[in-house]
Design a protein around this ligand. Structure first.
Ligand code: ASP
Length: 424
């Protein structure tokens, strides 16, 4: 596909790989934020514009790509297999992530020796029941679900509509072709918005570094170290190991998802990053449209390994700060609650912090802990959202490989085989 501009400033700009431009934006933003401090917040509107553009894509992209993902898997047995593999992998990796978080929280003991008194004892609160969670995802009005951005309900409607299209014979074929065409158009629109990513990433990074600075980050440094270390360990050991076990080179995978990880890092929204994740997974890793269209929108909504890991570290931090000893049963409760809570966590900035209060209260830990974490939550959100997004991409890649829906040539050659993302 031809570039819109092949010469002049635009031509030279388009010739630079997108990941390099995003990385440059990130580093430049950090420098500007640290040098100018709070004044750097002046560039935030550029970041807000980028986030708005990307948010604009979420509902139509999730809906259209899921419907066309389901209709691409006409065989009901295949659909069931892919669905089971996807959800099984999502739940297992999340449970492992929170266990890593708990281990790091115990070993690094970020809250040891702080010694604070809780204002009052907190009675354990029950997590929402499984039946309520399940009933809540059936949309009574799919249009309302779209207009309010209830992505889980949109997903349920899209999957059911896709199944109905598959079962509708002649009429279904026409609708399916229409959705396939619409999906192509949505991917193009995505490419247009992503073109602005380097500027958006620069502005968001400048604002974050300018607002939070290094001083504020140091006192809670150990929590930050634990969460960042945990995310790296999980990515390289668990994701790297899973890919390696499937006969795929993990380094090529990490190179292929770099843009999505960088956008997640600065936007702190896995739903917001979804358009970039989809483009990376299809164009750089060679995952088929059917598998990526099904696995990724689901993952951006229900799979949150980074968030679960963070909750493990933070729960132990709060217990240490307030001198509460957790029992073996408490650990199991934390693992179960955080895994289920991660399904209900929206892929938007700061959602994990709200869910943290649920996890803390189920084991009776003081909610003042949430306030302490809140000061550094943005910095933690950056790491956990990147892991959330990379985890979705890993599951899409592994499921595609196991279904014979991964192009080995594209995976082996990475982005070099298909040119730049702008070519999407
Ligand atoms: N910001 C995270 C995400 O979008 C959710 C969270 O706050 O943990 O993936």
């Amino acid at each position: 596909m031809s570039q819109p501009h092949t010469s002049g400033v635009f031509g030279r700009w388009n010739a630079i790989p997108l990941w390099q431009k995003i990385l440059a934006g990130l580093v430049l933003g950090l420098i500007v934020g640290l040098v100018f401090g709070p004044a750097a917040a002046k560039v935030k509107p550029i970041g807000t514009a980028f986030i708005s553009g990307i948010k604009m894509l979420i509902v139509p992209l999730v809906f259209v790509s899921l419907v066309s993902g389901v209709t691409a898997m006409r065989d009901p047995a295949k659909m069931g297999r892919v669905g089971l593999k996807t959800i099984g992998l999502y739940l297992c990796t999340t449970a492992v992530a929170i266990t890593i978080g708990l281990l790091l929280g115990s070993v690094l003991a970020p809250g040891a020796g702080v010694g604070m008194e809780a204002a009052k004892a907190v009675a354990p609160k029950a997590a929402p029941s499984l039946i309520d969670t399940l009933l809540g995802i059936i949309p009574t009005n799919p249009i309302a679900a779209m207009s309010t951005g209830n992505v889980l309900q949109v997903i349920v409607f899209a999957i059911l509509l896709g199944l109905a299209i598959n079962l509708s014979g002649e009429a279904g074929v026409k609708v399916r072709d229409g959705f396939d065409a619409l999906a192509q158009v949505m991917y193009k629109l995505t490419a247009i918005v992503i073109w602005f990513a380097p500027f958006g990433v620069f502005a968001l990074m400048a604002w974050t570094a300018g607002t939070y600075g290094l001083d504020l980050l140091l006192p809670l440094g150990m929590v930050i170290v634990a969460v960042y270390a945990g995310c790296l360990i999980h990515a390289f050991l668990v994701y790297g190991g899973a890919l390696w076990a499937m006969g795929l080179n993990p380094l090529l995978f990490f190179k292929g998802v770099a843009e999505a990880a960088a956008v997640a890092f600065t936007t702190t929204s896995s739903s917001g990053t979804l358009p970039v994740t989809m483009t990376c997974v299809r164009k750089n890793l060679g995952v088929s449209q059917g598998v990526s269209g099904f696995v990724l929108p689901l993952g951006a909504t229900i799979n949150m390994d980074g968030t679960a890991l963070y909750q493990g570290v933070c729960a132990l931090f709060v217990a240490q700060v307030f001198g509460v000893t957790l029992s073996g049963g408490d650990y199991v409760t934390i693992i179960l609650t955080a895994t289920l809570a991660s399904i209900g966590t929206a892929g938007v900035p700061g959602a994990g912090l709200i869910m943290l209060s649920l996890v803390l209260s189920t084991v009776g830990l003081p909610l003042e802990g949430v306030a302490i974490i809140a000061g550094i939550d943005r910095v933690l959100d950056m790491a956990r959202t990147s892991l959330n997004v990379v985890g979705d991409a890993m599951v899409a890649t592994v499921v595609a490989k196991s279904e014979g829906e991964l192009s080995r040539e594209v995976y082996a050659a990475g982005r070099d085989a298909v040119g730049e993302l702008e070519d999407a």
